[in-house]
Structure formats: structure tokens, C-alpha cells
Design a binder for this molecule. Sequence first.
Ligand code: BJ8
Length: 439
Amino acid sequence: MGVELHKDLLSSIGVDVERHAKMMGMGLAGYQAGFMSQPNRPKAMAYFDWFMSEIQAERIAEINALKAQKKPAVGTFCIFVPEEIVVGAGGACFGLCGGANPPIADAESELPRNICPLIKSAYGFKLQHTCAYTQSADFIYGETTCEAKKKTWELLGKHHPVHVMNIPHMKREKDLKMWQEEIKEFKEHIEEVSERKLSLAEMLEGVKVINAKRDAMKRLDTLRGMHPDIMPISGKDALFISQMSFLDDPKRFTEKVNELCDELDVRIKGKVSVFPENTPRIMVLGTPIAPPNWKLHTAVEGSGACIINEEGCIGHRYFKDNVDIEGVQSEDELYERLMKRYSKIDCACFTPNTGRTDKIVQMYKDRKADGVIYYTLSFCHTYNVESHLVTEALAKEGIPCLVIESDYSPEDAGQIKTRVEAFLESITFKQKAEVFANK
Ligand code: BJ8
């Protein structure tokens, strides 16, 4: 197993190697049982299976090799962090572990119980020293998106270097101006770690690399969800790829996603679908689904439906927009373009955030989906409150929607499956009734 080979490195960066190996063993077993056993998977998934086996091993060695050359290693919890700048500096920008249940008990020794599991899980990983990404990070880049995260940085800063980016909660002119300044400051922090100045040309190169990554993910999203009769890849596999987009080397990842897309193109032409005809096609909305949180996708695809996209940050919100660098001549122009791109993110932390609702309705129509599941992590107030506005708009359009609030514990898996089954039954009943009425 990968972690065994890199034991010395893991230990040198402060990972609790025994506990870490145990957790990785459980994670890999879960992946093998839940993913690798799926029938008729695209052959190109072999790369992502390999990546999973090396997720906390070979990839960690790569990141630490960059660090040895004074390249920055930045850990994040949010898609507002401009990874283009880190990549431009030759470094690695990665998402930190925060999707597992076991570290939560440790986190609750310092954090209140009633905050979202993503924050508690990530905090617990740091206390336990069981996330090799967190241990590799020169610093963690936090943001002021939600109340719980904002205050957690103050505590997390006692355990690991943390910088915080001030993300406004409105998008007025004065807010955007401040945002642009924050991006500039981020670049200065990267220069501090790298101990050198970062040129405009390097940053533009970073933008090109990340734009290409987003293009590949958009391509996958289209192939996966835009063909009503053919689903050439399971929702579970596609979600896993989105999750890995925050960890893998961006150039290699782009190449591998494009290879997979080439195969999916052929599958679509040959009408090779991993689900039978008339399988209900479900869109998932809401909070990020961080690995190894595969509970919802397992319940839905284990109940005879297919998930055709995730609207959240581990999904469409992350790759929907590129940075336009056409004609950029100065650093200030680039910061402005970055700000313009990042301020298109329709996170529920903004008020108002009506663009998100309109986008969801349009996405549903474009994909000819059959229903929507609004998934929110417990105690995530912004997405929870916004679910009311979104479901109201969906109801007006006659779009079937199920709201699920959950955490990382395995206890509600059975209950979720029962609710999903009932929802799917109501969708198929409606479809049959429509066919009957049209006869
Ligand atoms: S851009 S969604 S990644 S903030 S931590 S808000 S789940 S209570 S993660 Fe997010 Fe950036 Fe927005 Fe996306 Fe809720 Fe939990 Fe807060 Fe969370």
C-alpha cells in the first residue's frame, strides 16, 4: 500500500502514521467496495483508482518535493482561494481532509457540537495529525464565508499557520474593490513563502493551467449529464473525479480527465450506458460533498437512479467559469479579472443570491433531469435557509425536489435510502401518469 512506502516522509511532516495508515486502510476498503465493484466502468477510471491508492502517499511525496524547492504548498477549504497564483508560482494548492466522521469526536473537545461536520472533521484531522495534506501545507488559507469557519480559523491558528481572506457577503462595487485587494494580498503571501517575486507571466501561466482543468471538467459534465438516454459514467465515479480535482497535480489531472472524456465520447456514440434506459436522472444541489462522504450518491445510485451532476462547490460551481486573460497587460488588470471570475461564485454566503436559483432551474432544463435533491450538511445555516428559496422556485416550475439534511455519521444512511426510494417512486409514478395522459 502507498502509505507504507512513504512512512518516513509522513512521519517527518508530523503525521500520526499508525492512525493514518488505519484510516487509509478503511478509506481504501470503502472505495474498493463502493466504486471498483461497479459494473461497466470506463477503462480510464483505472487512473483515478490508482490515484486513490496514492492519495495520501505518492501525491504527498510530490507536494513535499515541491516544498523542498521552495515552491508554496497551500491548503484550502473553499473555492474562493485563487489557486492560479499558487500554480503560477510552481506550487501546489489543495483541499484539506474534511469529509470523514472519525475525527469529529476529537474536534468536539475544542469546537461546539452544533456546527457543520465539514469544519469539525477538518479540525479533528488537524488535532489527530491524520491528514497528510494538512501536515504538508505551508499555511492554510481560510476565508470569511460563514460564521463557523470564520471563528474556527482563530482556533485553528493555534495548531497550524493560517491566513484569512476576507470574502464579502455582498457584491456591491465597494465589496468587489476590497475583494481585488484581498487577491493581491494573497499573491504577496505566496511570494513570502516562495521568498521571491512572482511575475505576471508566471501568474498568467497559472491561469492557463487552471482554465484548462476547468475546461476538462466542463467537458466531463456535458458528457455525463447532457445525453438523456445515455449515462456513460456513474454519478459516483464522476463525483470522485470532482473530489480529486482539489488534490491531484492540475496538468496530469486535466490530461487524465480528457482521456476519460475521449472514452465517454466513444461510449455515447456506441450507446454504452452504465444505467438501463429510463433510469431517473437526478441533480444534486447544496453544500460541498467532500471525500469520503459518498453516502448520498450510494443511496441514490443504489436505489436505481443516476446522479447526473452536482451543482455544489465540489462540482459545477467550481468549474463553471474561467478567468478571462485576453489582453491583460498588468498585474492590476489580472487581479481585476481574477476578482471578476471569483465573484461569479454563487455561494449561499452572499445576499442576495438569486442568480443561483435561476441557474439551477436552467441547469435542470438543459439536462432534462427528472428530479432534484437539495443536500445540506447539518448546521450549515446559509445553504439550509437558502433551500427554502430554491425549493419554492423549483415548485413553481413543477420540478420534483427532495431536501436532505445530513452529517457524516453512518447512522442515517438507512433513513436517507428510504426517503430517496420514496422520492424516486413518486417521480416514476408521475412520469407514468404523464405517459398515460398523453395516450
Ligand atoms: S464557496 S459553499 S466551499 S464557503 S463550512 S458554508 S457547509 S457551514 S463549505 Fe463552502 Fe466556499 Fe461557499 Fe463553496 Fe456551510 Fe459548513 Fe460553512 Fe460550508
